[in-house]
Design a binder for this molecule. Sequence first.
Ligand SMILES: Cc1cc2nc3c(=O)[nH]c(=O)nc-3n(C[C@H](O)[C@H](O)[C@H](O)COP(=O)(O)OP(=O)(O)OC[C@H]3O[C@@H](n4cnc5c(N)ncnc54)[C@H](O)[C@@H]3O)c2cc1C
Length: 385
Amino acid sequence: MHLKHLEWPFFGDPHRQLATELDAWCAQYLHAGHGADIDAECRSLVKALGEAGWLKHAIAGVALGGAADTIDTRAICLLRETLARYNGLADFAFAMQGLGSGAISLAGTAAQRERYLPRVARGEALAAFALSEPEAGSDVAAMQCSAVEDGDSYVLNGEKTWISNGGIADFYVLFARTGEAPGSRGISAFIVDAGLPGFEIAERIEVIAPHPLARLKFSNCRVAKSQMIGAPGEGFKVAMRTLDVFRTSVAAASLGFARRALQEGLQQARERKMFGATLADLPLTQAKLADMACTVDSSALLVYRAAWQRDQGQNVTREAAMAKLMATEGAQRVIDAAVQLFGGRGVKSGEMVESLYREIRALRIYEGASEVQQLIIGRDLLKSV
Ligand SMILES: Cc1cc2nc3c(=O)[nH]c(=O)nc-3n(C[C@H](O)[C@H](O)[C@H](O)COP(=O)(O)OP(=O)(O)OC[C@H]3O[C@@H](n4cnc5c(N)ncnc54)[C@H](O)[C@@H]3O)c2cc1C
């Protein structure tokens, strides 16, 4: 596929090369559609992504097997966009290695980085990010899961839910209330290994686009103090720093889904015969395709503006929120239009546009629902002079 947007000035030549090589790899190795055993498929995708070297971009630290010493947001976004264009589960597998280990890359101690990041980059350890709770989703500060200091450990009690890779992850970066201050200033981040006594997978959750997902339960689960990431009470900051990178990458994945929908829609319009011509010959089809292409390009500009800006060391809270809001909502519209172009086939199980239709939905909800992004943008605008 000709990746025209790679000519944009946001990218350096290594980014262009990365995206082109990944596109070729995906075309050869990734096939759309999931098998029956999602857990096994996810593990095997992580292994394949690790062996091919793509997971090097999910961590920071060349000495630890990473592609660079700092997180390269543009590389992560190009990877997610490309993987999502081919296979939603492959994008998910890559994203969770990055999101689940991001806090360790950004704020972990040398020992934590050495213990976890090389295995993440090789695809040998699966990572997860455990922030949400049954009573604390959008309202993160309402978190109740507690971590109480006791000797050399913290003792965890409470629940986390909607945790991607829950049940198959080897470790979880988990946020719990340590109580240094009220609200978001009393939360700390920990690395919790799977299988610790007192840590159970309470429920596996089935969703419309199958991914490994679970509710976790902690009952007097002891985590060594050395597993805390950053200082006590700084967990919320650690989570937000991680989300500044990965929120933009959710937008990039949406962009990948939207590009695929446009590609499918174009092909269908050209091939479908009707009224003595093709679907593509009808002016209403051309208008629909034009709207889809405008949405795709405007999302791409917002995604790579935010990614570039973060890579320049600038604050991107507003720009990442804009990218996530516009790219996820836009992708939903583009995919819906593609389903419409396919007529009855658009809703048939197993069709690419049908799977994209299910795949995109959760991205408008997780890592901050669209309304949360609107609030972030609005408040930031009102703060500015
Ligand atoms: C497939 C999937 C994977 C996930 N993976 C993870 C994961 O790996 N780790 C993790 O920690 N969490 C994960 N989540 C959880 C996700 O982040 C939460 O679902 C999300 O934050 C919303 O929280 P909630 O579901 O409790 O909805 P609620 O907080 O109850 O929000 C419900 C709705 O209220 C609306 N809303 C929210 N805030 C406002 C507002 N200020 N004004 C007006 N309306 C508002 C929005 O429309 C929102 O969708 C995942 C969720 C899904 C669906």
